[in-house]
Design a protein around this ligand. Structure first.
Ligand code: FAD
Length: 333
């Protein structure tokens, strides 16, 4: 395994190399900032925990050019502006590209302690490949996904109850007959309302087919998924080649996704649509917003008063997420 020497000090530490963290790293590295990007996983992008359906706009927002191999499938008809990504390939490539631009990217690493904000920085303790190490960071962008364990270390309440979680289970089915190979479908079966069953084509004869249920019914997800696949007219036959499990927050976004020296981005800040589960675009937008706020400070201290502009920059996302929450609560979908 490649050995890294961690620095004693960085300008920006980014925790989590998903769409939010990678976007922040890319935007900051373009301005020559000294960045450390860490991820708890051994391999960035693996295992996949997503349906990978998102908007074409994702690429300019993340600041990367769309590569053919980052897209599994282009949808058409009424879903013209949507694509189905290949997230493992895309995120792995993006991590390599930001590393080439000077970002120090380290896998199998997480934060175990976050100190108080003092002299314009925080002391962060990292656990990296079994070793503990401390460093100082002017800013830590926390983008470690659902129930953010890292934000909790900074005393930001991100724990979720079962009532605030959507549990998901999906299969990649290949060699299937798809009724609409260029269109995704979401079905709101009565039993699982306000959540849903989805068929997201990822090729002419393959799809990501999954289900989201209320957190307390997570144990029933597999049986319900099997039942709906049999019932669905959108897909017929095929072989299960992969199983995907995961969860996302169905609670409102964090009202204050920042503290002195800290910003929380993406699903860690619960920036995900409660009624459709789409969070990739919000992750990228918030990762970009966090990076831009830091750049706008131009060397000023990263106090929470200064960072409060981050929440303002995200106002339109919050507005959409509250509307999505209202739709879910009213069972409109
Ligand atoms: C089954 C499922 C299907 C989904 N389908 C879709 C979809 O089709 N379209 C869509 O838009 N959204 C979908 N979502 C939501 C989407 O996956 C997330 O909103 C999106 O990935 C959020 O990006 P992120 O960068 O905030 O976090 P993530 O993508 O979750 O990335 C977080 C990163 O942080 C790392 N990490 C975690 N903990 C630590 C730690 N303690 N220390 C260091 N690193 C850590 C993880 O390894 C990961 O790489 C789905 C979610 C699920 C569960």
């Amino acid at each position: 395994m490649k050995q890294f020497t961690l620095p004693d000090e960085v300008e920006v530490l980014i925790v989590g190399a998903g769409p939010a963290g990678l976007t922040a790293a890319n935007v900051l590295s373009a301005k020559g900032k000294q960045i450390l990007l860490i991820d708890i996983r051994k391999q960035i992008g693996h295992p996949l925990r997503c349906g990978e359906l998102t908007f074409q706009d994702i690429f300019p927002i993340m600041g990367f050019q769309n590569r053919e191999k980052w897209v599994r499938w282009n949808l058409s008809d009424d879903s013209e502006d949507m694509v189905v990504l290949n997230r493992p390939v895309m995120e792995n490539d993006m991590a390599r590209e930001v590393a080439e631009k000077g970002v120090l990217v380290i896998q199998s690493t997480s934060v175990t302690a976050i100190g108080e904000f003092k002299d314009g920085k925080r002391e962060i303790t990292l656990q990296s490949n079994g070793k503990q190490q401390r460093l100082n960071a002017r800013l830590t962008i926390i983008a470690d996904g659902v129930s953010s364990a890292t934000a909790q270390l900074a005393r930001i309440e991100t724990r979720l109850t079962l009532d605030e979680i959507a549990s998901c289970m999906a299969y990649r089915i290949t060699g299937a007959q798809l009724k609409y190979p260029y269109r995704f479908s979401f079905q709101h079966f009565m039993e699982i309302r306000p959540f849903y069953f989805w068929v997201i084509p990822s090729g002419k004869d393959e799809a990501n087919v999954g289900i989201c249920v209320h957190g307390s019914r997570g144990h029933a997800a597999a049986a319900l998924l099997d039942q709906y696949i049999k019932k669905s007219s959108a897909i017929d036959g095929g072989t299960i080649t992969d199983t995907i499990v995961g969860s996302f927050p169905s609670a409102p976004p964090l009202e204050k996704p920042y503290r002195d020296g800290i910003m929380v981005a993406g699903t860690a800040a619960r920036l995900i649509s409660a009624d459709t589960g789409d969070g990739i675009i919000q992750a990228a937008l918030s990762g970009r917003a966090a990076a831009e706020v830091y750049l706008s400070l131009a060397g000023e201290a990263t106090t929470e008063v200064k960072l409060s502009i981050y929440r303002k920059k995200l106002n339109y996302i919050y507005q959409q997420l509250y509307e999505s929450l209202d739709r879910r609560m009213s069972g409109e979908r």
